[in-house]
Design a protein around this ligand. Sequence first.
Ligand code: FAD
Length: 302
Amino acid sequence: PFDVLVIGGGPAGASAAIYAARKGIRTGIVAERFGGQIMDTLGIENFIGTKYTEGPKLAASLEEHVKEYNVDVMNLQRAKRLEKKDLIAVELENGAILKSKTVILSTGARWRNVGVPGEAEFKNKGVAYCPHCDGPLFAGKDVAVIGGGNSGIEAAIDLAGIVKHVTVLEFAPELKADSVLQDRLYSLPNVTVIKNAQTKEITGTDKVNGISYIDRETGAEHHVELQGVFVQIGLVPNTDWLEGTLERTRMGEIVVDNHAATSIPGVFAAGDCTNSPYKQIIISMGSGATAALGAFDYLIRN
Ligand code: FAD
């Protein structure tokens, strides 16, 4: 059996595998797609110590770094079930069953898409999902935020300090964000909130030039000219396959303590699939290291 089996090959999983392997213990990593979300990322400017890199380039260097060590890399494999007996068994979609003394779950998350015309077409060409990452690219420009929940309103407040003007589009008749966030939002001079707005299309030529929405009260269609659209309608953790096996939040995030331990002894978790409050590359890598050290600590005590 493995000493540490990592499920997920994004920044969190790569970091966990390297930290585990450096302890000289038997380490494996299973990834549906090595690299994870960064494979869909163009410019990265907040990976501290590296002024600029691109997602696929960072993913390649993560893989190269992992392969420096004696890690059993199982790419293009998806885990579908986890069970703890004496050892922890992880069953893959291809039917194989892997056994390990400890497991680190780092299956990440995915942004929920609005699914309107233009969204996929203009991804990285004006359509963005992460204000911490891409906000500065829109300095002095006009943008929209789709979604009036906490993440949407936090994004709008954040962006209002950087861009010229923010239009918030909320589908429902009311914003769902906490009232303190709403108060802060409404105190800002360069924000417009449009409720009952159903996004119809993100328009553009080679990049975004506007957004169309339908006023759900009147049925009238409107168009706003702008250069960026931030989609903030939820980040979904890739943890469905764990339903019923360990503690998750209402949103499906795996609950971890400050040693990255989950509710199952010997099972740890890191990165965007957990209830860690901020989802970033550097944070995922840090939590992957914590999980590996937590697993190592567990191994020497059990
Ligand atoms: P992920 O990167 O999601 O990796 C999850 C891994 O698990 C993948 O290998 C996946 O294939 C695998 N997996 C999932 N389910 C299973 C399963 N059942 N079995 C086996 N493997 C599985 N952050 C920044 O800090 N700066 C940025 O500039 C930035 N820009 C971004 C731009 C975009 C478009 C997106 C989508 C995200 C961006 N982020 C950015 C966020 C950042 O990419 C994530 O916070 C980070 O990738 C999370 O790492 P992770 O390892 O936790 O998860």
